[in-house]
Design a protein around this ligand. Structure first.
Ligand code: ARG
Length: 569
């Protein structure tokens, strides 16, 4: 694709002798079209050139006016800004060509040769999969797909919480009450029940707690009975988790969870010891992190010699460096664990090369809650993802029943709409913000929602169906796509790949979610303003083609977020 930013950077570079790459970073896209399609803030150069921005802008413009450039239509100076108006015909030609030629629009090899790990979801075994895990699952999935689409060698890891002292408790509980519970049905809730019961008992009876600790020790040593039980818990949980992953269409390349590192922690302890980083504190082994401005030390080994969460994470970093030679290793985990990641990233500096520690990144995100009222009481206190999904699909069914009772395959469509609503709602707020999940908002067909994007897509498809064909590119006359509504759409389509790049640079799928809303809105304006099927065949061809292009990009973009499009709704 023509890279307008690069072209602009290169012509400014010729006029100023300043490095092109440096200039490109400063180029902005103005909010108001009156200020051009791209603009360059000259105050960025004021220091270097020792002149006022306005003067720089005028001087550069004078030089540029002497040259002609096919891609740029005109340049204006406003204040200290140079505003560039691109040649719209070039833009249209270019976008249409790419839409026509590329099976998967916007796909690239940009990330070729770079290894990315995205760690996401990572629920805890024998605990309910609750809405707290929704964001990690969906943000991670969207990042995974987007990196892949841009050609990165991407590995998705589910770092299951399948280890730790709580399993000693679970084993003890099962020994005591296993025969009371039928784990064939609703196993997670029953395991949870047992867990609550054993915790109560431990509080009252120190000797039971001692037994639990002993169980975990046995498990760490590979005791047959304990391992069998632990495997059973894990299987039961995985069956439940898989149901959710299937319905959300989320996949992983590896399920190496905490237990996987149980035999790889010695190396962590040894290496830290060698480097003189481990100190004794009340019988435990810790790494002091005061020097790095972190006031809480990182505990590596507990008093009883058992390992902990952080140690397993450190072992995982060493293992991942060796196994995947990663350039980036992203942890999509709630902000409650900010301190944990600060600590382990700091300690990791003593364990792996700088190349790897530089690539470690905590993709932190905020809380999800439900509005108080009917919805939350219906779903209970700990809101399980499964119930949220069920409830949302039911709601979608009601809406579809009301809006379009004669629709075929209503159930399938309601599923896509319900899931689309959940995914979009989850991904449309910036990672770091807390969010509320509300059925009325998430399922509003007119709001900034998943269903709105799906609805817009369905509209494009019904236009194409009415037309009965998609015209050939050769039959499109560019002059029919130069009006402001079409240009708005074509500019957005042009920006698709750049949007994906930003998603990966900031690890922020909400950028893509926002983009899809803008594209859907731009299409709605175009659609309300123009007839698409009409007598003038030239105009009709152009508009049908544009509709086809919008459908293609909406579908592709949504699929990177994990949202599927219904063909009708
Ligand atoms: N299992 C943890 C939880 O549910 C999240 C694990 C995050 N990942 C990690 N590498 N520590 O809270």
């Amino acid at each position: 694709m023509i890279n307008f930013k690069q072209i602009i950077a290169s012509i400014i570079s010729k006029a100023t002798q300043i490095n092109e790459k440096e200039l490109e970073i400063y180029i902005e896209t103005p909010k108001d079209n009156k200020n051009g399609d791209y603009s360059f803030p000259c105050f960025r150069l004021a220091k270097e050139l020792k002149k006022a921005p306005q003067i720089i802008a005028n001087e550069i413009k004078e030089k540029l006016d002497q040259e002609t450039n096919e891609e740029i239509e005109k340049i204006e100076v406003t204040g200290g800004y140079l505003n560039f108006f691109i040649n719209k015909e070039e833009l249209v030609k270019e976008v249409l060509k790419e839409i026509e030629n590329e099976q998967e629009y916007g796909k690239s090899e940009k990330g070729k040769g770079r290894n990315i790990i995205v760690e996401y979801s990572s629920p805890n075994i024998a605990k309910p999969f609750h809405i707290g895990h929704l964001r990690t699952t969906l943000i991670g999935n969207a990042l995974y797909k987007t990196y892949k689409y841009l050609g990165y060698n991407t590995t998705g890891i589910n770092h299951l919480g399948d280890y730790g002292t709580q399993f000693g408790k679970m084993i003890e509980a099962y020994k005591m009450w296993g025969n009371e519970y039928d784990l064939k049905e609703d196993p997670i809730n029953k395991l949870m029940d047992m867990y609550v019961r054993i915790n109560e008992l431990c509080k009252q009876d120190e000797s039971i707690l001692e037994k639990c600790r002993e169980n975990f020790r046995l498990l760490e040593e590979g005791d047959k009975y304990c391992t069998e039980l632990w495997n059973k818990f894990k299987e039961l949980s995985m069956t439940e988790f898989s149901k959710i992953y299937d319905i959300l269409n989320v996949k992983f390349d590896s399920y190496n969870g905490e237990a996987f590192y149980s035999d790889k922690m010695e190396e962590v302890v040894r290496k830290l010891e060698e480097k003189g980083k481990l100190i004794e504190s009340k019988g435990a082994k810790i790494v002091d992190l005061e020097y790095a401005g972190i006031n809480t030390p990182c505990i590596i080994q507990k008093t009883d010699g058992s390992s902990i969460y952080a140690t397993r994470d450190l072992a995982a970093i060493m293992y991942r460096a060796k196994t995947y030679d990663f350039d980036k290793c992203l942890y999509v985990v709630a902000y409650e664990q900010n301190l944990h990641f600060k600590q382990i990233f700091e300690v990791a500096k003593s364990l792996v090369d700088e190349k790897y520690t530089k690539g470690l990144e905590h993709v932190s995100y905020g809380m999800v809650s439900l509005p108080t009222g009917k919805m939350s009481t219906r779903l209970g206190n700990v809101v399980k993802i499964e119930d949220l999904i069920k409830g949302t699909i039911e709601k979608a069914q009601e809406i579809i029943e009301e809006k379009n009772p004669t629709l075929e395959n209503k159930d399938q469509i309601a599923e896509k709409v319900g899931i689309g609503a959940i995914i979009f709602n989850t991904l449309s707020t910036a990672n770091i913000k807390d969010q509320i999940f509300d059925w009325n908002t998430a399922l509003n067909f007119q709001g900034e929602t998943g269903p709105y994007i799906q609805y817009t897509y369905v509209r494009t498809q019904s236009v194409l169906e009415k037309a009965g064909f998609v015209p050939k590119l050769d039959d499109i006359k560019i002059e029919n796509l130069l009006d402001e509504f079409s240009i708005e759409i074509l500019k957005l389509i042009y920006n698709f790949e750049e949007t994906l790049i930003q998603v990966t640079e900031k690890n922020e799928p909400s950028i893509l979610a926002r983009y899809l809303i803008e594209l859907a809105k731009a299409f709605s304006s175009f659609y309300n303003e123009n007839k698409i099927i009409l007598d003038n065949k030239d105009v009709q061809n152009a508009r049908i083609y544009l509709t086809y292009a919008v459908g293609k990009v909406l579908k592709q973009g949504a699929s990177l977020l994990g949202i599927e499009m219904p063909e009708k709704m």
